[in-house]
Design a protein around this ligand. Sequence first.
Ligand code: AHR
Length: 651
Amino acid sequence: MKPSRPILFVSSLLAFGMPGLQAQPTTVTVQAGAPGKAISPDLVGIFFEDLNYAADGGLYAELVQNRDFEYSSADFMGWNPLTAWTLVQHDGGKGSLLVETATPLNDKTPHYAVLTVENGGGGVGLQNEGYDGMPVKAGDTYNVSLFDRQLAGSAVPLTVRLESKSGALLAEAALPAPAADWKKVSATLKPATTDAHARLVVLATGPGKLALDMVSLFPATTFHNRLNGLRADLAQVVADLHPKFMRFPGGCLVHGDGVDNIYNWKNTIGPVEQRKGQPNIWRYHQSVGLGYFEYFQFCEDIGAKPLPVVAAGVCCQNSNHSRGTGQQGLPLEAMPAYIQDILDLIEWANGPVTSTWGAKRAAAGHSEPFHLQYLGVGNEDKITDSFEERFRMIYEVVKAKHPEITVIGTVGPAPDGEDFNRGWKFAGEQHVPVVDEHYYKRPQWFWDNLTRYDTYDRSKSRVYVGEYAAHDDKRRNTLRSALAEAAYLTSLERNGDVVPLASYAPLLARRGHTQWSPDMIYFTGTEVFTTINYHVQQLFSVNGGDAWLTTTVSPVAAPARFAASAVHEGKTGDLILKFVNGDNAARPLRVDLAGAKRISATAVKTVLAASDANTIDAQAVHPETSSITITPAFDYEAPANSLTVIRIKTR
Ligand code: AHR
């Protein structure tokens, strides 16, 4: 029989927010002299999905939209291979722009543009609008490249230009004349002026006919200066969260809109011009320029463990919504090949350079393994016979061949209900080590569920809270929602033996292209906006600790408006206290560090607070740090609507 983990009984963790009790201090007692209970060092991570233009038009630094002419109405009604492109004809120039498929660059990108110039005039070509324009900075370098091929007539000289919306020239470079076969040509552009909404123009000045594909414009500076890299400012804000793991590529994107749309990691590696993009379930296009190599590399660059999620052999139950096809499973005869793809992924991530897939990783520039430890199988799927059959097939093989990998199963889209119950039952029967719970709920739900994991059966699967967010009125990022999440995180710290991993969702959203809200970080082409929820995630991530110290709060009452947690951080020896006050009134606290030895008299206090819980202003409501005097028993007033983190040196 499997030994059961001890069930922790925490008798008094929550206290009232009744106005009448405010005069009486709330007592928080921390068993500071005891070793505490080990908690996962990976607790706070991030959930990344190409939703809200988080990848293309977001984290992926490519500035050209539809660079490979592969957009279609399958991505979005009305889109076609020339979406985001326009024919330009300057000063008497005359020509046409078409899309053909007869002699493609390769079979992964079958469409390419054909530019026919009858009369060069002042130039005939094509321009790309980027994502709401292309942000360029004066003096910065931009790498432009494209594949071209002469189709008829004599070689047509080409120039590439960055222009403002009104056509003013920002930068220009000549490209070598096209050859008879597909060839990659490149140049650099250095704009003289900063422009948030520039465009890229490829111009031919003489008559002829040529084919063009994979027209790309990248800032020379990317995050960690990676080739085919990530937008530096946005990636840095993500890195500043210091996430302990990163889940990718979703979300619903993983299991896809129909079985043909299930995310295929193998289509996302190798030279970008040989990757196969596909429609995004969120109704746009995924170029997969940000693919598995880039995801794993980003994880490494920010010190986060990679947590890829693969589909459990079934597509999203909301697939083809209008046609109502719903969840469908891959044909059973396709499952062996599908499972082999998953084994290949593990080999690609961790295998030696002498292995088939490890060699591909090395060829991409990473001979060392990526140290994959976690693998998600399934994303909030409807738990059906079809799901169970396919999950079991995958899980049994992965478990047998890779006992070192922790497989994370799924228990449906909600924190309760039919799929949740059946999912848990199935996971128990299969002895799945960890399952993925999701909840998007009102702030009050989080306060009401602070004891959810206190009573979980420690002999069962552990829990990855893979997607969660408090959804306040109008789904705005209010302080109220952030504090509900903070209070909840104290309960996850307390239950670190049940919950090793948690990630707020979704992470990123491009303003004006958002399919889901709230999100943690918003951005435009030039700006990045964090939220109060971001501040909470960051405070818990950098103050995580690795042992939870028994913390009790009294008096206790319901509904809960106060939560507390204390952790010990092994590497520094620091004792870290967290207090979340969800009341509109300040709360006097008496903090008793029972059994504490050698605490420093001065500690660092960080407070996130505002008088109005409705506020969404993350610039005004940001963590403020100051010092605080500490004694083994001290008084502290937790401000109204606040999260306080106190870091105390013990060495
Ligand atoms: O996070 C947004 C979406 O919410 C995810 O794609 C899906 O898993 C969940 O329903």
